[in-house]
Design a protein around this ligand. Sequence first.
Ligand code: COA
Length: 189
Amino acid sequence: MITDNILRGEKVRLTAVTKEDIKAISLWYEDAGFSRLFDATPAVPKSQNQLANLLEEQEKNKDIYLFAIRPIDDNTMLGYVELDGFLWAHQNCWLSIGLGDRNNWGKGYGQEAMELILRFVFQELNLHRIQLTVFSYNERAVTLYEKLGFTREGVYREHLQRDGQRHDMYLYGLLRREWQEKRIARKKD
Ligand SMILES: CC(C)(COP(=O)(O)OP(=O)(O)OC[C@H]1O[C@@H](n2cnc3c(N)ncnc32)[C@H](O)[C@@H]1OP(=O)(O)O)[C@@H](O)C(=O)NCCC(=O)NCCS
């Protein structure tokens, strides 16, 4: 129904990020393992002050949609999902997602948050295409994106260097019609 809360699933919901979340977010960045999956910049901790400034900048930018991923029944911030780099004339944008605490990985939160944001992208923003990048060693994320119907469209060869080794970064894209086909297939299962 048109009045359903499209930002709410069975396990998680997407809400605003608030100043109260900053402490939790700064703890995520104490885990360099999280940073090395999420970001190509050096894995350094982020102070609460830095994060507050970042959040303020993001709030000013009308072309960034930032959501907190929270469980259905409490206010813990599990992670965030962000849409940015919009090309409105061409109906596409970039997506990134991260669950901060590794105790919350592999419990289905990421998949449901992705399903919610994709529904928002294609049914609320009416975009035609969404894209993202992922590091080749991030097997969990690669599996998730492929499961959701994303296509590997390109490889940034040897884009990163970590622990003395070069690693590729992949470009993945999903078109509206591919998302629709995947949804129909899931409903039939
Ligand atoms: C990547 C991430 C968003 C995935 O979310 P998640 O909640 O951990 O994943 P889910 O539990 O929803 O699992 C989704 C699918 O991923 C796959 N998966 C889960 N764990 C996996 C693992 N250890 N290895 C490979 N694939 C895995 C499975 O196919 C799973 O579906 P299934 O349970 O039906 O088989 C989350 O782990 C995360 O934020 N990690 C740290 C930051 C990050 O990597 N961000 C993405 C940057 S591109």
